[in-house]
Design a protein around this ligand. Sequence first.
Ligand code: ZN
Length: 209
Amino acid sequence: MEIDKSKFKVWTWKQPLTLLWLINPVIAINELFLGQRIPKIMLVEKNSSKLLIEKTKVPCPHCKTIHSGLKWSTKNNAFKNWFGLYCDNCGKTIPCLTNFTSYLLLALTFPIWIWFKDKWKKAWLKNQPERYKNLDLENVPSPFEGYGWVRKGLNWGLFMFIFMTLIAPLIFSESITLTSTIIKFFGWAIAGLIYGYTMKLLAKRTNPK
Ligand SMILES: [Zn+2]
């Protein structure tokens, strides 16, 4: 597909921020549970002082439409994109990157989900057109600006801490000890901050050269 390189910088998996998305194990939660995905190819407008999310475009490899990245902002369809980003022009799916940890988890659980995948994908595709009817492409959300990332990251860490410390031991019949609880508390707080900061980097203003 033809891309006007004087207007756009092409982002693939080799870009530092997308690499971070691929290697950060925490991202597996975003991908597998929340369905938050990053397309294999993104275009970023050159010489623009807009927020990264505003100047990011997502090309559809099937119909060549260049979509506004805002279609997948947290105000619109940031989540539930388990099968990729839906193209509301041609109805096909824009291919996405897969985080290494997600990939590993998917490979390990393959015998379970393979039987349901086609059925799930069909149901998911059927639901997509409705999700793209009332998009808000005017308001740009940026919950990670300023120190928002600290709050977002710690909230996320707290959720993971509660889940992994109180619920996971019930499932895997581990015993809960004070030491392991304290270690997990700090571990998840740090993981939360790393997560928040990663999200901030992904959302912050940058000027691609
Ligand atoms: Zn398309």
